[in-house]
Design a binder for this molecule. Structure first.
Ligand code: SAM
Length: 355
């Protein structure tokens, strides 16, 4: 799917946490209709027979079940803040039943119509602000194998991604799933979309995936072993806060993808490599010792890169990768590479020869 709607979504996600003047200006610049369309795509079906009236700049538009008697009214900017903001908040809202008059059914009918008010408000608010679930629960809900099937990755993802959860992140995952079926896959993209409520989520797969869609999901067809293609992709869609390699898991593909995409990761972002078991399997391009030439061999070499400033002999600057990795974490079959300046000074010369 093309990312044609993101010229609206990207600024909206940023403006949702800004002051009200800036948010209102953004809504005017993007156009309330485009903003409303993005908001409705996000909330999807609401499980209540309710009409949603959105107000902005003195204009009211009606949505969801427009024929319903029960109307929940929201200020558009406030609805955007509830959807994409970082605090749990109540938007300013009003509920009404314009068609329930005293003349039809008397006082009893008038009161009965109001019994549904809390449920209607709850349905709209839950659609705007679904409960925050942990990644394990989301993996199960969306059918991702990142937890509870072949792998137990979500505990590690939680730990490394928690600080990014409420940020307007850009995520790229290599490997959408479903292999050569264009309509299947996307489990983890849906999981990330829900986990990162303000995140834009891109998936890359060798197979086109027109059937994998979502309000903040786009899919791209391409080969992760094609460095020039990945570089162009990074220029077009990045910089990324998170890149996850869950593609072919062939060792030379993993290495090529890392070197092509790591420059497109933002400082403070993370590059994740899954399924590192293939580094030990010769038929996948690995070696039993996980040495040079394997995916884990590449990652292990970055550990020495972290401490390059301490290496004896003439001071070396290191390459781009060495100068821009600030941390690495290894867990069973998965590694997280943190992007950040690796520019600390090494120990002074006299200390090196003290003992
Ligand atoms: C394990 S699945 C991804 C699962 C998905 N990330 C999830 O967690 O739901 C691996 C995917 O990588 C794709 N793939 C295989 N080789 C590839 C390549 N060279 N470039 C891009 N994608 C590739 C496959 O088509 C498959 O859909």
């Amino acid at each position: 799917m093309p990312d044609a709607s993101w010229p609206v979504l990207a600024p909206l996600l940023q403006a949702a946490t800004a002051g009200r003047d800036l948010l209102d200006d953004t809504l005017r610049r993007l156009g309330p209709d485009a903003v409303t369309a993005a908001l409705l795509a996000e909330i999807g079906e609401v499980e209540h027979d309710v009409r949603l009236d959105l107000h902005f700049d003195g204009v009211t538009t009606s949505h969801l079940r427009t024929g319903a008697d029960l109307v929940v009214s929201l200020d558009l900017a406030d609805a955007v803040r509830t959807l994409y903001g970082t605090e749990r908040r109540w938007p300013s809202l009003a509920v009404s039943t314009p068609s329930a008059g005293l003349d039809e059914g008397g006082v009893g009918a008038w009161f009965r119509a109001r019994r549904d008010y809390p449920a209607a408000v709850e349905a709209v608010l839950t659609a705007l602000r679904p409960p925050q679930e942990d990644l394990g629960a989301l993996a199960v809900r969306f059918g991702s194998d990142k937890w509870g099937d072949l792998h137990w990755y979500t505990q590690h993802y939680e730990r490394h991604f928690a600080r990014l959860r409420t940020e307007p992140v850009r995520v790229l995952e290599i490997g959408i799933g479903g292999y050569d079926d264009p309509d299947s896959g996307g489990a983890s993209l849906r999981m990330w979309q829900r986990y990162f409520r303000r995140g834009l989520v891109h998936g890359l797969d060798i197979t086109a995936k027109p059937g994998v869609t979502g309000p903040r999901i786009t899919t791209v067809q391409g080969d992760q072993s094609d460095a020039a293609f990945l570089d162009a992709l990074g220029t077009r869609l990045g910089p990324f806060d998170v890149v996850i390699d869950d593609g072919s898991h062939l060792n030379d593909h993993v290495r090529t993808s890392f070197h092509a995409l790591f420059p497109h990761v933002r400082a403070g972002g993370l590059y994740v490599v899954e399924d590192l078991q293939t580094a030990y399997w010769p038929s996948w391009g690995g070696a039993p010792d996980g040495g040079a030439g394997t995916s884990i061999g590449m990652l292990k070499s970055f550990v020495d890169g972290l401490n390059l400033a301490e290496v004896a002999g003439p001071r070396v600057n290191g390459g781009y990768v060495q100068r821009n990795i600030s941390g690495i974490s290894f867990h069973h079959n998965i590694a997280f590479v943190e992007k950040g300046l690796n520019a600390e000074e090494g120990g002074p010369e006299f200390l090196r020869t003290l003992c």
